[in-house]
Design a protein around this ligand. Sequence first.
Ligand SMILES: Cc1cc2nc3c(=O)[nH]c(=O)nc-3n(C[C@H](O)[C@H](O)[C@H](O)COP(=O)(O)O)c2cc1C
Length: 230
Amino acid sequence: MSSANSQPTASATELRSATYRPLVSIVYHSGSGHTAEMAHAVARGVSSGGEVAVAQHRIVDEDFKGSRWLNEEVLRQLDESDAIILGSPTYMGSVSAQLKAFMDATSSRCPERKWVDKIAAAFTVSAHPSGDKLTMLMTCSVFAMQHGMFWVGVAEGSSLGIFLGAAGRATNEPPSEMPSAEDKMTGELLGRRVAKLTARLHSSRVSTPPTTEDSPEHPSSRKTQLVLGV
Ligand SMILES: Cc1cc2nc3c(=O)[nH]c(=O)nc-3n(C[C@H](O)[C@H](O)[C@H](O)COP(=O)(O)O)c2cc1C
């Protein structure tokens, strides 16, 4: 992932081969920087145990032409990732339009079921204590289910009482002040949990690779592809 705002410059293959570790990718949008603070906290959590590599992509205007997603490199990196964590501010009770445009572009991965059995999670920041953040996280979890991914929520640390993902509050304060340290800790704990589960899943796959008998094709697979317009 290599836009101007992306933190890592190495490709997924380089990240993996340099480290022999599974890869957790974070894709997020942030209008004024508060969700970006949460993304960095999640990334700190992911990398804290040293078991997995982490890549971050902040969605930027250059990723689009009009409302259409153009950045195939990000999608390719996600194809190679073991876990994908989504983030955006809550806008009008849902994901931001920028994150939604990205999510819609991933429908190109549905026909081949490319993201099945990857781990998924999400985080959000909004102004109000509730602010309908939950519906933003539900949108992300349904998205993950459509891809056949495993959803991971937060196990601890949510002072807002939200467990479907990491949630924080911020309005017009500088991003260095809000979301609060406590909210960022929730993000960090989510990152740690995703990393731990990703490493565990990865090592179980290395020791017992799946066989075709483990996942026979469901008779409705073709029907699903037809519904998705393939
Ligand atoms: C278009 C728009 C819609 C918003 N909708 C909500 C909302 O539904 N609930 C809420 O609590 N805050 C809402 N907010 C406030 C933002 O979620 C909040 O300011 C957040 O911290 C912005 O994150 P960012 O700095 O990463 O862009 C909205 C802000 C904008 C600009």
